[in-house]
Structure formats: C-alpha cells, structure tokens
Design a protein around this ligand. Sequence first.
Ligand SMILES: Nc1ncnc2c1ncn2[C@@H]1O[C@H](COP(=O)(O)OP(=O)(O)OP(=O)(O)O)[C@@H](O)[C@H]1O
Ligand SMILES: [Mg+2]
Length: 409
Amino acid sequence: MGRRLRVLIADDSAPTRESLIRLLSFHQDFEVVGEAADGEEAVDQARLLQPDVILMDINMKPVDGITATEVISTEMPRSVIVMMSVQGEQEYLRQAMAAGARDYLTKPFGADELVNTLHNAYERESRRWLQVVPGSLLPEHQGKVITVFSAKGGVGKTTIATNLAALISHELEKAVIIVDLDLQFGDVPVLLDFEPRRTIIDLVERTEWGSEEVRGCLHQYSQHLKVLAAPVRPEEAELVGGSHVKQLIESLRPLADFIIIDTAQNFQEPILAALDESDEIAIIATLDIPTVKNVRLCLDVMQGVLEYPVDKTKLVVNRDAEDIGIKADFLEEKLGISICAKIPSDGRLAVQAANTGVPFVLSNPKAPISQGIRDLALEIAGGEDLTAASWTGAANQGFFGKILHRLRA
Ligand SMILES: Nc1ncnc2c1ncn2[C@@H]1O[C@H](COP(=O)(O)OP(=O)(O)OP(=O)(O)O)[C@@H](O)[C@H]1O
Ligand SMILES: [Mg+2]
C-alpha cells in the first residue's frame, strides 16, 4: 500500500493501548498517531489529528465509544471507526454500527485479525467515497491565501486576522485556517483563548512533511476554523525559514477554503515568502501621519521591488473615527490606492474580546466594528471564490443576508 495509515487508539485501559501500539508497531503500513482514554478525548484527538482509522473501545468512562462514534462520524466522516468489544456486547455493537462504526473486533484478537480488519475497513471506505464523491481522494479544497500585514506594529493585524477568520468560518461556514506567522510574539492563541499543543516548529523540525502532517499540527477552534500556532518561545522563530513558509502554504491550500495569515511588521524571509504566496494582502493602516509614511514605503516595496500586481494589495483602515486623525480621502490621495474597508474604532469591544478570548464578530455580531470586518470579508473573501450557494445559505443567517440584499439592491 502507499502511505502509512494514521491510527488513533481509544481505550480506557492503558495496558490495552500499549499492547495495541506494540502490535501495530511491527507492521509498516500503520502509524499510531494518538491515544485516548475515553470518548471525549477520542473526539478531541480525532479533531486534532484527523486519523485515517480509529480503533475505538465500546465501553469507556465517562464518555463511551458509541457517543464518540456518533460525533466523529458526523464531523469527520473520512476517519474510519473500528469498534472493539468483548463477547456479550452485541447490543452495544449494533448501536455502534448504527452510529457510524465501519467494522468491529471482538477481544481478544490477534495481530493478523487486527491488521486485516483495519486494512479492509479503510479500503472499503475509500472505495465507497470514490463512488459517492467522485474525486474525493483528490484535494478537497484549493484555499485562497490572505495575508494580513502592516508597516507598523500595534495597528490591529491580529485583531483583524482572528475576527476575519472567525467571521468567514462561522457565518459562511467556509473551512478556514488561521496561521500565526508573528513568529516571535504570536498571540493568535491568546486572542482565541487556547494553549497550543503543537506549533509550526513541530513541522519544520521534520525532514519531510506535507498536508497530512500539517493537519496533525492544527488546533480545532470551532467546527470550520483551525489554527496553526506560532512557536511558543521567541528564540524558536529563527528555525522557520522562507522555504518552510512556502512549503507550509502549499500544504495548507488543499485543507481549507481560506488561509488567513497573521504577520509581524517586517520584511524578513518567512513574511516575504507568505506575501509572495498570497492571493491577496490586506495592508492595515491607521489614520495617523507615521502610518501613512510607512504604508507608502510598504506599497513601494510591494509594487516596485516585488512587482506584485496592483489588485493583490488591499488597503484597510483600522480604528476609523470621523472626529480624530487624518481623513480617509487624504490617505487615499497620499497613497494612490483606494480604501477597501474601514473598521471602526471600538476600544471597549476590542479589549473585551482580547480578554475573554471570544472574537467580537461572534460575541457582538451586530456591532459596527463587526460590520467593518464583515465588509472586509466581503471585499477579500467575496467574488468568485464564494459560490452563489454559500451566499444564499448565508442569507438565512442574519447579517450576511442583509449584505446580500444590499449587494443586489
Ligand atoms: N478597531 C479597533 N478599535 C479599537 N481598538 C482596536 C481596534 N483594533 C485593534 N485594537 C486594539 O489595538 C491593540 C493592538 O491590536 P493588535 O494586537 O491586533 O495589533 P497588531 O498589529 O497585531 O500588533 P502587533 O504588531 O504587536 O502584532 C489591541 O489592544 C487591540 O485591542
Ligand atoms: Mg499581532
């Protein structure tokens, strides 16, 4: 067979898990990528690791294997679940198969039986997918890459990147991955309130990696939003080079509809690679003179030195307020580029979102600041990349319906 099958083992007995790992370690077709001690952990691990096959014990506490099977087979139908039971659990087994398990093993079982059952269940399922969804073994997505950049620190890049990702994934139900490329001081996990278990470093340390390995390093934030975290320690940043970022973006494209990259304000190799590979760059500016100067320099580099097409760069004004700062049309005139979206200033909501770890587009979707993010999403994530069906579906979901209405008016 081609690549090794990635297996997750869920059993509440540690010795059983160990002996299964040992059995599979003798077989070159399998790689045990994770373990779980109950159903809840199995769901978490499955979300994180997206295994090919899950060996799932029926009876686990507090959350059993049937409950986990129900969740996993709905959320991750490509992960094939093989149940493990003991004699006398026929009724449970029936329930597990009804919940979405594809095969079962009755304990105790030998190595050959284990290997054959895993192989057969996976191959049967792959054939079924090919029939049901022609081309389903081909990449599922061809993600659009949007980098959020600025020529100055503290202008709101991370705030905008996280809220944009949350909005596109939540309201449009598009698969989104946010990548934290602020390699020294990345704070996407802080703004989304989770502690990364894996980071970009887990990838670059490998000699070979691609989409499957990247998938294993993503944190599942919500149903449609995943995150690749920056290194935990600032000194690890230098381990990431431009070629890593290029490879990373190539590996990410098949995994999502949109890849949103948060950056630090520099033109070093990793960020340059991200800018090169991006379909669009959102340049964040605030309405003050130093920012105007820096954005001008930044546009000079992108258009003059790097020779990016003019429509690759989009100017976004953050902390827009009519009464203070320079006027937006002055900015447009000085920069020779029109503003694509304006995000209003709302210190209270921005800080509250940062402190609670919930993006304001989710906690306060009707606030003007959220509407600003929605306008930006429409500008950079809209167009031909979003099918009419997505917009129509979204039309039933409140605000996007109003935007659609406005667009059509
Ligand atoms: N539209 C807004 N209205 C009010 N405050 C905002 C707005 N956008 C961002 N802020 C606040 O500005 C500060 C800087 O925001 P953020 O961390 O997103 O900027 P950044 O460009 O990512 O910074 P860095 O360069 O340090 O990575 C934060 O305190 C944030 O809450
Ligand atoms: Mg930031």
